[in-house]
Every structure is written in structure tokens, then in C-alpha cells.
Design a protein around this ligand. Sequence first.
Ligand code: GUN
Length: 292
Amino acid sequence: MIDGKAIASELRDRISSAVAVLKEDHGLIPGLAVVIVGEDAASQVYVRNKTRQTREAGMNSYEYKLPEDTSEGELLGEIDRLNNDSNVNGILVQLPLPEHIDESAIIAAISPEKDVDGFHAVNSGRLMIGENGALVPCTPQGCVILAKRHLGSDLSGKHVVVIGRSNIVGKPVAMLLLQENCTVTITHSKTRKLEEICKEADIVIAAVGRAKMVKADWIKPGATVIDVGINRTTNSDGRAKLVGDVDFEEAVEVAGGITPVPGGVGPMTIACLLRNTFKATCHQNNISGIDV
Ligand code: GUN
């Protein structure tokens, strides 16, 4: 079992120490602005956790809760204000947005240097060409850290099968792993013989959003399984339950290492968001040499 909760907690401790050094030596406190539009229940929980953990790490957190009927223009105005606020080093607009707002227009409006989600085209481009200084999406960073904690820091030559091709996880995690010298196969809903391809993988990254889709017989014995899925289902007794994209009870018998849901990738995502906020703050102030 790969304990994401414990690994994320260690990372947050390192970030807290780095934040203390930044404050002591440079008089700077990183600030993260989180913007949420509307009442999506899952998003509210995520945002609450982000705010709490930002403060626990010694950073400033600014939360903007906008009503469901906020117009695209109003949201763009808010982002413009945050882009120009020097107390704000990172900006995160919680997704999904209400349907009347164009998500890509919003992401494009965030200053790339404050884009701690790493979703802006400038940051995806930097990641793709392997340029230093890219703000890299948080969940993919978390996946790579977990894989390395289980397999050691050298992933070169490993065959990774990524299931899912989203801009948030599938595509960026594939780019990160390519940089780690992995052989990367990206699969998706139109992939033929997905099971067979998956069974070739040394590392499986499941990021499709379909509950328990990946079964034990898709997994090569001893393979490392990183489960990004967070699917809300109901138990046989009618209670709400979170499950991943991997059938954990089955897969745990075959895998060499596997992340649970919850307690795997989820906590890593927020820890990496704090890391990005810290890095963005250093970059914006031309400070180097404090590593996290
Ligand atoms: N919604 C689900 N995951 C994410 C994320 O990583 N960032 C943002 N902004 N919204 C999300």
C-alpha cells in the first residue's frame, strides 16, 4: 500500500519549513487565492481543505466565493484584480465552472506566473518542451512522487500506461513521466485491447473517472498502480462511499504497490498545490535556493 496521506504530510512539513525560511530571510509570506463559483458540493469540500492546509503551512489564503450566476465578465474582472495584487502569488479557479462560463477563457486569463494549477497554455507548453520554471499540474506531480517513493527515484525505462487523456491529469502526467525517461502509452475510451495494453505496464496511472474499471486481471503481477479516480458511489447499505478507478480489493492482491482511495493521490494534490504556490512566490521575487 502506498500511503499518500503520510507522504503528503511529510511534503507539507517540508513546505512549512521552507515558508518559515522565506519569511525569516526575505520577509515574504506566500499568498494563494482560491476562487469558487456556485455551489458544487464536492468543490466546496476541496476548497475548504485547500484553504485550511494553506494556512497550516504558514501561507496566506484568500477565498472568493462567487454566486452561481456570476457572469464570465465579472469572473474575468476578479482574475484581473488578483493578477495585479502583489500579495497574491498563486491563483486557483476551482473547476468545474457553471456552464455559462467558458473554462478555457478563464484559464487563459490567469497570469502564467500565478497559475498554480499549471493549466495555462504557457505552462503546458513549458512542461511539454521540458523548460525549467513550468508550473506543473498538481495531481500529476503527486502521481510521480508516489511512484518514485515506491520504486526509487530512477523510473527510466519503465513502461507506464496512462488511462485517460484529460488536460488536468492524463496528458500532463504522461509528459512528466516522459521526462523521467519512461516509455509512456496514453490510452482512452477509444483504445482497442485496453486490458492487454494495461497488462504490459510496469506502472499504471488510472485517471478515467469510472468506478472500479481496472480489474486485477488487467495488472501485471508486481506492477505499481496509481489510482487517481475519486468516484462517489453508494454502499450496499445505502451509505456514500468514495472509490477509485481501480477495483482495489482485487488489484491489491496482484500489484506490487497500490494507492488507496481515499488516502492516496488526493492528499498529494493539495500538498503539490502548496508547493507550486511556494515556487511561484520564489520565482516572482527572484529568490532561488530554497528547495521543496
Ligand atoms: N477540480 C478538480 N480538480 C481540480 C484541480 O486540480 N484544480 C482545479 N482548479 N479544479 C479542480
